[in-house]
Design a protein around this ligand. Sequence first.
Ligand SMILES: C[S@@+](CC[C@H](N)C(=O)[O-])C[C@H]1O[C@@H](n2cnc3c(N)ncnc32)[C@H](O)[C@@H]1O
Length: 218
Amino acid sequence: MDYAHFDTSGGERQTPTAKFNRPHISKELQSLRESAFERSIPTADDETLNFIITQLRAVKPKNILELGTATGISAIAMLNTCPDAHLTTVEKNETFFEEAKRNFKCFDADMRVNAILGDAGEVIDMLKGTYDFIFMDCAKVQYIKYLPKLKKLLAHGGVLLADDILLFGWITGEAEIPPKRKMLAKHVEEYVHAVTNDSELSTTILNIGDGLALSVKL
Ligand SMILES: C[S@@+](CC[C@H](N)C(=O)[O-])C[C@H]1O[C@@H](n2cnc3c(N)ncnc32)[C@H](O)[C@@H]1O
């Protein structure tokens, strides 16, 4: 579709509603985001972050899991939104992980974060207990593989939010899938099919940012 283009600031696909959906966050966090965009560090675009914040206000989670910390921006936004929550976040890139830890300290969030350096697929096998909000924002090709374990980690009534599931319009058929990305698109399509046909989940696919799958565990 014509509106699917890249925004050079955040590198994300823009939707017609993006201009209305700006997150209300502190000046300090906004300035960290701007510096991340300038340095090409991946972080949620405005519309996605705004949606996460709005969801969190409704769900009021106590225990959040994030897969894909990068430098900790979405994690800090989530903790700022939920002052009573504890967050576990997983990142496999050591440079990002170290920067995230510094950011957590700067934003006084470090006491409420369990930051884990590792591969999300291995880490989720070791996690115990349940989470009432899971934000999956890492290797999209692995989402389908992580789903059974994440369903076990998700509390009843909890929300599993998977980012970037429309893949620049490839998944909806709005844009042609480049030959080299066919395998990635196939795995993401499998994820979308799985969550929208799972009798234990209630799922909505949202045209927000580069696409979100919002699943609630029944
Ligand atoms: C889109 S970024 C996360 C952005 C962050 N959630 C935010 O909005 O500020 C995705 C991150 O996932 C990490 N990642 C990719 N595959 C991973 C894996 N298998 N395990 C852990 N982290 C992974 C990448 O290194 C990258 O930092």
